[in-house]
Design a binder for this molecule. Structure first.
Ligand code: HAM
Length: 382
């Protein structure tokens, strides 16, 4: 037996049905906000993250030398890679630029529930918008993302300075503490608070003057989202506005973004009982006797072409063992291909739920099976 590396998981079919449902919900919202997908490489030069991500993340990076002696790291996040791509390929493209990425990221952290060494992020970057508009649009989008991905009890938290936490009134209090000096940041947050209702967002946002984010590249507003369902690892999203393009040789450009911890959303949706249909199997084709095997494979191939999910006996089991297997796989129908029926151009079709069985012409199988086809498991998520 060889164990998995510590902090990694085998994502099984049930987990993945939920994972891809979350993925589909994220993509729908990204499309509705006109974000386009980009996928930077899984490993990058160490210098991309060195002194940009901050000492916390840098200490957690998976680094290695390739055969030519280059220092490489598995990406601990997407923002630096996406901004490198922007500077290399898109610096002259019309602004603003809206990009999202979905994939695994790697951090050598102490593993626990909701915290892994390989985890999935859904990361969004809005590059080159006007500060107020881009910040507000980004918050509106992440709000919609989390709304669509399951009914999380949201607390979006705008975090900026020491000691004060609450509604927009804390911005005024914080400005008073500073005696009006250097209070542009609070004015900015106030303007964002005023803007959010135009996106239909009323409440759920907390202004917190006392928290610092783990990544070092933020230069403006930062925010996090927490869920009450996950215990210690309750932060499902982090982000803010930042300056990275100039570190990679580009002009300074205002950028705001966030990343959602997909694994934590998947976990939270499970804890909250959000239903995801299991992957379905429409039909399992059972040849009865060796002579009918070629015809059984032909029937399976024809049904697959119509878009049905179909499996066929690959072991040469007897019919009753095959029915047990069809049952264990959750097949809706068993198609029994026996010599007697095949000679008439028919098969026996068994409804696995009711046990009813009847003879059906092979030519009509696809339409009979397609008629009550339930939605595809694992892609619809509301
Ligand atoms: P971050 O806060 O480091 O921000 O990560 C974002 C989210 O990824 C966290 O809120 C958490 O849900 C999830 N996450 C982080 N580490 C782990 C882990 N070890 N296991 C499971 N989930 C984890 C960033 O990565 C920034 N790039 C966000 C950003 C985008 N800022 C601007 N643009």
């Amino acid at each position: 037996m060889v164990d998995r590396p510590r902090g990694t998981r085998d994502l099984d079919p049930v987990y993945l049905a939920r994972h891809w449902a979350v993925d589909a919900a994220f993509r729908r919202t990204a499309a509705s906000f006109a974000f386009r997908e980009v996928l930077p490489p899984t490993f990058e030069h160490l210098e991309l993250f060195h002194a940009k991500a901050g000492p916390g993340i840098e200490a957690e990076m998976y680094g290695f030398k390739d055969k030519a002696g280059r220092d490489l790291v598995l990406r601990p996040e997407f923002t630096a890679g996406v901004l490198r791509y922007y500077v290399n390929e898109l610096r002259n493209a019309p602004k603003p630029i809206k990009l999202f990425s979905i994939g695994p990221a790697f951090r050598y952290e102490e593993p626990q529930k909701g915290r892994y060494r390989e985890f999935w992020q859904y990361s969004c970057e809005l590059i080159g918008g006007a500060p107020l508009d881009a910040d507000a649009e980004t918050i509106a989008m992440l709000h919609e993302e989390l709304d669509q991905a399951g009914q999380l009890d949201l607390e979006a938290t705008l975090r900026a300075w020491v000691g004060l936490r609450g509604g927009p009134e804390v911005l005024k209090q914080a400005a008073d503490v500073l005696g009006g000096v250097g209070t542009e940041g609070f004015d900015h947050l106030q303007r964002i608070a005023d803007r959010l209702p135009t996106y239909g967002i009323r409440g759920g946002i907390l202004f917190d003057m006392g928290i610092i984010r783990g990544l070092a590249y933020y230069t403006g507003m930062v925010f996090q989202v927490h869920t009450p369902t996950l215990g210690a690892e309750d932060q499902v999203l982090g982000g803010g506005s930042y300056a990275l393009a100039e570190l990679f040789g580009g002009e300074p450009i205002f950028s705001t973004g966030f990343a959602i911890g997909m694994d934590r959303i998947v976990l939270a949706s499970e804890v909250e009982g959000v239903a995801v249909p299991p992957p379905r199997l429409d039909a399992y084709v059972i040849p009865i006797g060796d002579a009918s095997r070629p015809k059984a494979f032909e029937i399976a191939a024809t049904l697959r072409e119509t878009g049905l999910r179909v499996d066929v006996d690959l072991i040469g089991r007897g019919p009753s063992k095959n029915l047990d297997y069809a049952n264990a796989m959750g097949a809706r129908w068993a198609v029994l291909a026996g010599d007697k029926e095949l000679a008439k151009g028919n098969v026996a079709l068994r409804n696995m739920e009711t046990g009813d069985q009847r003879e059906v012409a092979i030519g009509e199988l696809a339409s009979v099976l397609g008629m009550d086809k339930p939605p595809m498991g694992g892609v619809e998520f509301h």
